[in-house]
Design a protein around this ligand. Structure first.
Ligand code: HMG
Ligand code: MG
Length: 308
């Protein structure tokens, strides 16, 4: 039998574009999402409903959602599976309300495992952040909105240093208990290596169903593909990645892009693992967006395949 398939969540339009200094026109963002969809990506994070004072790059979130409303409507009905999801990041009830008004059916909440990053990223403590999340979830679930959650700084915080895995476990359990369908484990700074992936999952897996976890690696130290493979070997089947390796958080200085979608799709296909993604189409999309925003293609596989 073939090895179990994976679900790739493309975060380039959000994590990728939230941190670049060039202004990306709304129509380019929309075309990016459409191209990614044509490349077979069923789950794409299109944008964030955060404060435009904090992340001006994504201030056009309502326009982006309006332009992709056809894709969003194709989403599976609640409870029928995880296919075709367009989760938008939401930091508070204000963000939820704006997202719902713009037609979002899936949201992504985000919290940090470390106090320092929490303060810098969302200007509150972890405890306050949990309270905000509770308020969002209480309003979202009755509307049939599906709620995903991110935990940042799973290994290391740019302000507080190393993260104790037990903190990540405690938060993961709280988020699942709250009603989030999945918790995405974020190595925000991109410093973790497979040894740390195994250590963290060793702490989580006795207590948390692996099907409720996703992995979100940044590639600062070139470890993202290795980390994803290590997570796969321990049963994780959902991976956040970014076309052309775009990405980085404005409040995580020095962090590089996300795990590149082209790189991880290449790796999984080489392992005989189905992703549902058309790698050649994805590679063309990575080349196209790199040209549009005027930065070198951050995907090694993408650059290699494109020039072959
Ligand atoms: P604050 O300044 O403490 O809160 O920001 P506030 O309530 O005083 O709001 C400030 C202003 O923003 C007000 O406007 C609000 O109305 C407005 P003013 O009255 O001054 O005109 N505002 C909003 N506007 C639109 N949408 C909203 C919203 N909320 C408030 N939702 C806040 C607190 C949380 C809002 C702010 O810190 C924020 O937006 N932070 C977001 C930071 C962010 O997006 N970071 C990147 C995403 S996280 C990430 O990348 C990590 C991840 O990839 C995983 C990983 O790699 O680890 C997910
Ligand atoms: Mg990220």
């Amino acid at each position: 039998a073939p090895p179990p398939s994976v679900r790739i969540i493309e975060v380039g339009p959000r994590d990728g574009l939230q941190n670049i200094s060039n202004v990306v026109p709304t129509r380019v963002k929309v075309e990016l999402i459409e191209r990614l969809s044509r490349a077979g990506l069923r789950s794409i994070e299109p944008t964030s409903f955060v404060s435009p004072k904090w992340v001006p790059q994504l201030a056009d979130a309502p326009e982006v959602m309006r332009a992709i409303s056809g894709l969003v409507k194709q989403q599976a009905a609640p409870g029928t599976g995880r296919d075709a999801a367009y989760p938008v990041l939401v930091p508070n009830v204000k963000g939820l309300e704006a997202a719902v008004k713009a037609g979002a059916r899936d949201i992504g909440l985000f919290i940090s495992a470390s106090e320092g990053f929490s303060r810098k990223n969302i200007n509150c403590s972890i405890a306050e952040s949990l309270e905000r999340m509770h308020k969002v979830v209480e309003k979202a679930l009755p509307l049939g909105i599906r709620v995903r959650a991110y935990i940042s700084c799973i290994f290391y915080c740019p302000y507080d240093g190393p993260t104790d895995p037990s903190r990540v476990l405690a938060l993961t359990q709280k988020l699942l208990d709250m009603g989030c369908y999945e918790v995405s484990l974020g190595d925000t700074l991109g410093v973790g290596s497979p040894a740390q992936v195994r250590r963290l999952l060793g702490v989580l897996l006795p207590h948390v169903p692996v099907a409720r976890l996703a992995a979100h690696f940044h590639d600062t130290y070139g470890q993202a593909v290795a980390n994803a493979v290590a997570a796969y070997e321990l049963g994780v089947r959902t991976f956040d990645s970014s076309v052309a390796g775009l990405g980085g958080c404005p409040y995580s200085p020095g962090a590089k892009g996300n795990l590149s979608s082209e790189d991880i799709v290449y790796t999984f296909h080489q392992m005989g693992i189905a992703t549902g993604v058309d790698l050649d189409e994805l590679v063309r999309t990575g080349h196209w967006i790199s040209q549009q925003i005027g930065i070198p293609n951050g995907s090694r596989a993408g650059a290699a395949i494109y020039t072959k």
